[in-house]
Design a protein around this ligand. Structure first.
Ligand code: HEC
Length: 309
């Protein structure tokens, strides 16, 4: 409720032309995600005027009932440069489950992106299926987030919606008007995120993870451009770390999991990815106690790199 009110106020201020506030809002993060055919979608390469992310997971009744609404919206706004991307953030959904549901619900016309590590749901602050995040693709700002309309609640349903929040927000956005209701509570099935400490600390959770997956390259003399040689250094790069994780640039390379396992892959697991993201979201705290390692790779007297762990 509080955040809803805050967003409304923010919307009014922005609407009054207090550009300072609008300019201060953070840009949405860029991301890369694969669809069911293995094609890559990069947010910042989306053309048009807006991208609407519709978060989902197979089998959720509310999300399923939104399918005709998605088609309707695309029919109304597609020609005006609004694209709808479906994002499946159920960790355990398999491609065959997703294909089956796409067929049942006739969703083939939409990009259907896979977010099995849930990094998109986590970074966009989405808790439930059927939540949408509508993004202005020029300013990279969110202009609406929440439920598509007020027809469905958990265990409740109206015969027809009374307020079509998303439709109205898109129409206002396209007309260059302030969005009357920029945020509503989402209704749908809750995502089950990985269980990680909130927020995880650098000393306990993050440093060992970096040591395992990143330090081989990110050390003095390594091929990475900066050395993860201590807390301060890593903290400097904390926002950059979010960007490289979401765009799947680091650790190199995040192979399509449909094609088997790769030896010596640095790929982060779902838990590890969420540990890093939650650490960043929590302000990258150092935590109490000693960090178990600083830079485990040191040059030995013979000049060779060796692991001191
Ligand atoms: C196999 C070597 C390797 C590993 C492992 C690796 N990196 Fe990198 N990293 C690089 C290289 C090389 C670059 C420079 C890339 C470039 O300039 O395009 C880089 C760049 C970066 C950057 C700067 C952003 C950029 O695009 O230049 C960040 C942040 C980063 N890595 C984070 C990580 C994190 C976090 C991990 C572990 C989860 C990791 N890296 C693992 C080699 C590696």
């Amino acid at each position: 409720m509080f955040s809803d009110l805050k967003c409304r106020w923010f919307g009014r201020w922005a609407g009054l032309g207090l550009g300072v506030f609008a300019a201060a809002a953070a840009e949405v993060p860029n991301f890369n995600a694969l669809d069911l055919a293995g094609h890559n979608y990069e947010l910042h390469r989306a053309g048009g005027r807006a991208v609407v992310l519709f978060f989902t997971g197979t089998g959720c009744p509310i999300a399923r009932k939104c399918s005709p609404k998605l088609r309707e919206l695309q029919g109304r706004f597609g020609a005006e440069g609004v694209s709808i991307w479906i994002v499946n953030s159920y960790a355990e959904d398999q491609p065959e489950d997703m294909r089956k549901e796409c067929g049942e619900l006739n969703l083939w016309r939409f990009p259907y992106l896979r977010d099995a590590k849930q990094s998109l749901a986590l970074s966009f602050g989405v808790q439930r299926t059927a939540e949408v995040v509508a993004i202005d693709t020029k300013a990279w700002q969110v202009f609406y987030r929440g439920a598509m309309d007020d027809q469905f609640g958990e265990g409740a349903e109206r015969a027809a919606p009374r307020n079509r929040f998303l439709e109205r927000a898109i129409a206002e956005f396209l007309a260059g008007k302030p969005v009357t209701t920029p945020s509503t509570p989402g209704h749908g099935c809750l995502f089950a995120f990985a269980k990680v400490a909130e927020p995880p600390s650098y000393a306990e959770a993050v440093a060992p993870l970096l040591r395992q997956h990143c330090v081989e390259c990110h050390r003095d003399g390594g091929i990475g451009p900066w050395s993860m040689s201590g807390y301060g250094r890593v903290k400097n790069y904390s926002h950059m770390i979010e960007e490289v994780l979401l765009t799947r640039r680091m650790p190199p390379w995040d192979a399509n999991p449909d094609f088997g396992r790769f030896a010596n892959a640095h790929t982060l697991s779902r838990e590890e990815t969420q540990t890093l993201l939650r650490w960043l979201q929590g302000g990258a705290p150092r935590g109490e106690g000693p960090v178990r390692w600083r830079n485990p790779y040191r040059r030995s007297r013979t000049g060779r790199w060796e692991n001191r762990m």
